[in-house]
Design a protein around this ligand. Structure first.
Ligand code: ADP
Ligand code: MG
Length: 678
């Protein structure tokens, strides 16, 4: 039976009911989707040896004839051990399997076998728990073997076999990238690349395949930027007349003087607002650089012109905090609208406030985005600390049916070098706050060895007794304990009985209910509690000027970017602040990372150091990432990114509407169609 691109994967051998369901949860139901399900790593079993040729420590495939196989109980345990010997004219090799006694029934002496793994010499020269493939075929052994992410009841073997039989269908795939670009960049064809990414015959073939597929992702991304940019000029927005008088009054009413960087950014924004097309601007600024007040200036202008602003924060804690901050900058009431309020019916009140004109700004969580339609007359959406807000989502915001689209201001504290920012946020205009409010003292940062920790806690105690406050952040220790309640509770208990006895401690972690979280923050903000022991929920944006100490327990477990974000929770006033890094277990690399924190207070510098220490993939490669969700491309692919950008610009120069490139046009359409706002 022929397998086609649009065949269902259920037609493939071995993909029955349960395996089919499992694939579906991976978003794979057609052969085409299966072919796009690329490996996340490879095992290199391409070195093939005879049993007598192997050396300890190498990873290889051994081919030969099974001479004997027998299982026996292990000493001191319930385990069964299978001992086998594989041989050919080069010699023999012992093979050991733990807990796989069924092999004694399924493998027959005298049959040909291909086994792969690492050659061990703990029990004499042998291979332990190798992958087995009967005969001399090479799907799971004897090659560079693809390793896929699995879920449910589908096994690696089944998935690999299914992909292997599907590969011929790749020939039917339309190569959407124009030939002239493939030639210019010496890229291989799409079908060849898919074959190469799943079952490469060599390292070189794999590299070529990966380069081609990364180019696919990055080129598509650049083309989408271009589409969004050009579409923006077709979409109308509420034009917000630039009112200098109003801005002057606003700035004069602030409790501080704006920095030059803040003034410049505000100016960029109000000029954008004064256009009949939607603004799409990113405000990038290190933690504490004062992004909120810039957003408030924009909100003020929008309100003055008679339109509503929606300010979206990533968490309920931040929404509550920014609700207060924005309202005080504006000097007028602001509505608060969050998911947990909705459950208790609170949103109606907020909506009434807006509808009756009592408030002109709603602060809420990102999750409210989809409700935007039910709020009339939105002139501006501010997305705060949103790193994972892709080009597709921004595009979807423009799609407001007949009415004018809102202006969009995104804000991030992730320090992204400009060159990278262009590739990641190519559809956005960029304003950077590269200057801190005056009077900020650098946060004194120290790496505290175990022997000095008691002294450090005494310092914390003294500061608290003089009226200051401290954060103590704990890592997630037990991987099953995603919410970190365990380590937080443990540390709080130790401290309140020991070093910080008598002080008022509170805890904050993901397992608390929203109102408990809110109370914990509220009590800390008001000074009712002195020390807040928490997980990284305080990481983004929490602004509590009275807090001057940040103690980070298990500091080596955090990345540099995250440590810097955490440290940014203190040093928010002109009082000297401290950041103490308490490592549990230092390696050379983690010590270098923590040392970088001690030496620098600058997020952009640290991002570059991190790049050196960990490789680019890791700097952005987590949930805090600003980098889009590509299957293959990473921020390290700056070169491919640049080429993709140049080729995209060239193509559009030549044929702005892509009339001669229907495949490119289709591909972009399909990507935008996938988007759902949530
Ligand atoms: P972030 O950029 O991290 O979001 P915030 O907007 O929360 O920073 O501002 C950090 C703190 O600095 C706030 O308490 C804010 O009121 C204060 N701030 C902002 N701009 C200035 C300024 N120009 N001078 C003094 N303090 C400022
Ligand atoms: Mg902020």
């Amino acid at each position: 039976m022929a397998i086609h691109l649009n065949s269902s994967v259920s037609e493939l051998p071995g993909i029955g009911g349960k395996a089919y369901q499992a694939l579906k949860t991976l978003g794979v139901s057609s052969v085409q989707e299966l072919l796009w399900y690329v490996p996340f790593r490879y095992d290199d079993f391409s070195i093939i040896k005879g049993p007598g040729e192997v050396v300890a420590g190498e990873t290889c495939t051994v081919r030969g004839t099974l001479q004997s196989i027998k299982s026996r109980p292990a000493k001191n345990s319930h385990m069964k051990i299978v001992d086998a010997v594989i041989e050919d004219e080069t010699g023999e090799l012992a093979v050991i399997w733990f807990n796989q006694s069924y092999l004694e029934r399924t493998l027959r002496p005298g049959s040909k076998l291909s086994i792969a793994g690492r050659i061990d010499d703990r029990y004499g020269l042998s291979i332990v728990n190798p992958i087995i493939e009967k005969g001399t075929s090479s799907t799971h052994t004897g090659r560079i073997v693809p390793v896929y992410g699995l879920t449910g009841s589908i096994t690696m073997r089944r998935l690999r076999d299914a992909i292997k039989v599907s590969l011929p269908a790749a020939e039917e795939m339309v190569d959407w990238i124009p030939n002239e670009i493939l030639e210019k960049e010496s890229l291989i064809g799409l079908a060849e690349a898919l074959r190469g990414v799943h079952f490469p015959e060599s390292r070189e073939e794999l590299d070529q395949a990966i380069i081609r597929l990364k180019f696919d992702e990055l080129f598509l991304h650049q083309m989408m930027f271009a589409r969004v940019r050009s579409e923006r000029t077709l979409v109308s927005a509420h034009k917000i007349p630039l009112n200098e008088e109003l801005l002057k009054t606003f700035v004069e009413g602030l409790p501080f003087k704006l920095t030059t960087a803040q003034r410049k950014a505000t100016w960029d924004i109000v000029q954008d607002l004064d256009k009949p097309h939607p603004m799409n601007r990113l405000l990038e600024g290190d933690v504490g650089s004062g992004k909120s007040v810039v957003a408030a200036a924009a909100i003020k202008s929008v309100a003055d012109a008679g339109h509503i602003s929606v300010y979206l924060a990533p968490t309920e804690i931040l929404a509550a905090q920014q609700h207060i901050a924005i309202s005080s900058f504006l000097g007028e009431p602001v509505s608060l609208l969050t998911r947990s309020m909705k459950k208790i019916g609170g949103d109606d009140a907020s909506r009434d406030e807006i509808l009756s004109g009592k408030t002109r700004c709603i602060v809420g969580t990102h999750a409210l985005l989809q409700d935007r339609v039910s709020i009339p007359n939105v002139g501006l959406i501010v997305v705060d600390e949103q790193h994972r807000f892709g080009v597709e989502q921004r595009h979807a915001l423009l799609d407001t049916g007949d009415g004018p689209a809102p202006h969009l201001l995104s804000m991030t504290a992730t320090p992204i070098p400009r060159s990278l920012a262009l590739s990641i946020y190519g559809d956005l205009d960029l304003s950077v706050l590269d200057e801190m409010p005056p009077g900020r003292k650098p946060i004194a940062t120290a790496l505290v060895p175990a022997a000095q920790q008691e002294g450090m806690w005494q310092h914390v105690r003294e500061l608290v007794e003089s009226g200051q406050q401290a954060f103590v952040v704990c890592p997630l220790i037990d991987p099953s304990d995603k919410l970190g309640a365990k380590s937080v509770t443990q540390v709080e208990k130790e401290l309140s009985k020991g070093s910080l006895k008598g002080l008022k401690l509170a805890t904050l972690h993901g397992r608390l209910k929203p109102d408990q979280k809110e109370k914990a923050i509220q009590d800390f903000r008001s000074g009712k509690t002195n020390v807040l022991v928490s997980t990284t929920v305080v990481e983004v944006g929490v602004d509590i000027p009275g807090a001057t100490v940040m103690v980070i327990v298990g500091a080596e477990r955090f990345g540099l970017a995250q440590l810097h974000q955490l440290r940014g929770r203190v040093g928010r006033s002109d009082v000297q602040s401290y950041c103490y890094l308490l490592p549990d277990n230092l390696t050379e690399n983690s010590e270098a990372r923590l040392q970088a924190m001690v030496e620098s207070n600058n997020g952009f510098d640290l991002a570059e150091k991190d790049l050196l220490l960990r490789g680019p993939g890791n700097v952005f490669g987590n949930a805090q990432s600003g980098f889009p969700d590509f299957q293959l491309a990473t921020p390290a692919d700056v070169d491919i990114m640049k080429k993709a950008r140049e080729r995209a610009a060239e193509l559009l120069d030549q044929d702005a509407l892509l009339e001669s490139y229907p495949h490119v046009r289709d591909r972009i359409e399909r990507s935008f169609d996938k988007v759902h706002l949530e």
